[in-house]
Structures are given as C-alpha cells and as structure tokens.
Design a protein around this ligand. Sequence first.
Ligand SMILES: [Zn+2]
Length: 62
Amino acid sequence: MLTSRTTHCPYCGESIELLLDASAGDQHYIEDCQVCCRPISVTVTVDDRGHAQANVAGENEA
Ligand SMILES: [Zn+2]
C-alpha cells in the first residue's frame, strides 16, 4: 500500500512529496532534492498499525 507524505527539504525548505510503501517495512534511502539536488536522507518507519512515517535529514545529520 502506497501512501504519499509531503515533507520539506532539509536544505532549501522546498516541499517534496514522498511515496511510502508501508508493506515494505522500515526503510532508509537517499533521495535527491529536485530543487537543490542535494541528497536527502529519508528514514521510513512503519508503526504497529501499518502507518508509514517519514523523517528527512541532511546527509550530515543522519
Ligand atoms: Zn532542496
């Protein structure tokens, strides 16, 4: 099940939309910002109700 979450780039503050796949469980990946092209560290966690949450951080904060 895919859910979309809107969050903000930790570098430039642009809003970005993430597609989260709750069925894939916890994930961590790097996604480049489409505006400033810097690598955003995305951490996805799935709670016990199957809801995916995403946290973003700059590469130096991960
Ligand atoms: Zn950015």
